[in-house]
Design a binder for this molecule. Sequence first.
Ligand SMILES: Cc1cc2nc3c(=O)[nH]c(=O)nc-3n(C[C@H](O)[C@H](O)[C@H](O)COP(=O)(O)O)c2cc1C
Length: 368
Amino acid sequence: MRLGPYELSSNLFLSPLAGYTNLPMRETLREIGGLGWATTDLVNARSLLERNATALKLVATSPADRPLAIQLFGSVAEEMRDAAAMCESMGAQSIDINMGCPVRKVVKIGGGSAMMTELDKTAALVREMISAVKIPVTAKMRLGWDDDNLTAPDLARVLEGVGVAAIFVHGRTRAQGFSGRVNLAGIRSVVGAVRNIPVIGNGDVTTPEAAKHMLDETGCTGVSIGRGAFYDPWIFRRTDHYLRTGELTPEPGFTERVRVLRRHFDRYVAFYGEEHGARLFRKVAPWYAKRFGPAKSFKRRIITISSRADFEAALAEYLAWRAPFCDERGELRPKFQPAPMVASFMAEDDGGAGRSSIPVPKGPVEVW
Ligand SMILES: Cc1cc2nc3c(=O)[nH]c(=O)nc-3n(C[C@H](O)[C@H](O)[C@H](O)COP(=O)(O)O)c2cc1C
């Protein structure tokens, strides 16, 4: 698929996940393959202009980390424009604008993004950003505030008119938070509202089949995956293969999961320093462990690490504990293996609480 001037290697995108989709994670996922495009965590436009150290860390990138969009957040037109220009001068391929709730009442109580309440004002702000840069500008939104205010189609139509290069839409309303299932009909209505630009669907994709289902049901051009990439960093590669060939490749085995876990950890240490990196990795490793099979002791231990030695010791202890359940390749014998991931649309009767539902990581997620 194309996005603005770029021909992408796949139509699979990494959704921004504040606190997770940092350079180490993006490089790890890109190395595995199948990922066509990634976006940074949300970055405050003003903080970036002030060269705040945290903001600069969020936009840190590398030659392997391409194509990359920087996601900006803000409501002051001049700041958004100048921050967009700054991102372009730093080498970003694109700017993504985080558009929270588009309804006035959210802003009145101080939440959401004021820029979304007035279509005209938003259009003017986005127009100004677009005219300040040569790289494409995209927008990421939810379906609207609640079921009575599904404003995404209107907003998408207006933004296309202003020159936005693509729309990312998470198929839930803000009122929904992360509950229920993603609304594919809602995404389809955004696809129907724009004329030429790609719409990238997002929400609840944890398997290759779920990605295909979203593409088929909504007509979206690409699929963006967030939490599914924590569970299964191989999801982009497996999904890309499935979409191209119809063939479902097996999930990676334990040895491969541990290899990639280490790569991810090494990058954390290189990027954040040993102690800080190890501490931050406490919230990453348990996601890998979810697909290890029995791993209670590892999960308990890994959330206490403060150094590389701690990491290695936790892993070594776990490998030793696990060995009796494994075959000669180091893989769990069949009766101990975790159940395969099931796409939520294929498990209609689990009430959203079964193995197909995706937990929401800790953090200020109510604002997404
Ligand atoms: C921990 C967390 C952090 C998030 N951070 C961002 C963010 O910085 N910017 C954004 O636009 N969306 C953010 N989101 C929303 C995701 O990009 C995505 O739209 C949502 O998780 C649904 O996709 P998924 O079901 O594939 O995870 C975040 C979600 C989570 C769970």
